[in-house]
Design a protein around this ligand. Structure first.
Ligand code: ZN
Length: 244
């Protein structure tokens, strides 16, 4: 097996598809704004610790690590990042466009190339996989509207759950664009994969070259697939607590 990124035959590392720091409560910096109260389940944290596979060589793993460290510092420690809230919109600024974008692209690509069942609904197609692979290999963050990622903080009955990662899903937008969604600790990431030119509102929401981006504060019930997911999750938790 060769490295999925550089295609060399160097020994492969156990790579996390979703970086490890996502498995601890994060976005304290965002939540410090007390948008909504936080909630963690008493029945123990819902972890997906097993979500790694032999994917990358050491050198490529190291490359990803640089971008991940930036995200961890910015979002978990609040280093450098500026956040202003106006109503149900968070305006983030002072972001490092290149590192932030490369991190997001690496997450999308990893979910796409992963052979784990958990990521089976993320299928980018050979063409997009290859564009992303080359971009990551050359540390090219691409243009803001190439594979943009829209982010929302999602709450359910006015609480944000910090203890779960949803299985990534696939949807089509009304204008038939492929959208891959994953919910990580109360943060919903929506990646758009298309050859089409995207409408300008995407540019207003996703990270710009000036290092600014908007994060929406959304309610679970306004996002149908999530509402479904949450009710299933709720049933599972209830069934489990009943059994104990
Ligand atoms: Zn490699």
């Amino acid at each position: 097996m060769s490295c999925a990124l550089c295609q060399s035959n160097s020994p492969l590392q156990k790579s996390h598809i979703i970086p490890e720091f996502f498995y601890v409560p994060l976005y304290d910096n965002i939540h410090r704004f007390n948008i909504v109260p936080l909630e963690t389940s008493k029945s123990g944290r819902f972890k997906q610790k097993g979500l790694y596979e032999k994917l990358l060589c050491k050198a490529c793993e190291k490359k990803f690590c640089v971008w991940e460290t930036y995200i961890k510092n910015a979002f978990c420690e609040g280093v450098g990042i500026k956040i202003n809230q106006s109503g149900d919109l968070l305006k983030l600024s002072n972001l490092d466009y290149d590192k932030f974008r490369l991190f997001l692209l690496s997450l999308l690509w990893r979910m796409g190339v992963s052979e784990l069942d958990f990521f089976s609904l993320v299928s980018l197609g050979e063409k997009h996989e290859e564009i992303l692979r080359l971009a990551l290999l050359n540390a090219d963050p691409l243009e803001p509207l190439q594979y943009p990622c829209l982010m929302s903080v999602v709450h359910n009955n006015d609480t944000v759950r910090l203890d779960q990662i949803s299985q990534p899903t696939h949807m089509k937008t009304p204008d038939n664009i492929d959208c891959f969604c994953v919910m990580i600790n109360g943060l919903l990431l929506r990646f758009y994969v298309t050859n089409q030119l995207l409408p300008s509102f995407y540019a207003d929401a996703c990270v710009s070259k000036k290092g600014e981006m908007c994060v929406l504060i959304d309610e679970v019930k306004s996002i149908p697939f999530l509402a479904e997911y949450f009710s299933e999750f709720g049933n599972a938790v209830r069934a489990r607590s009943g059994g104990n």
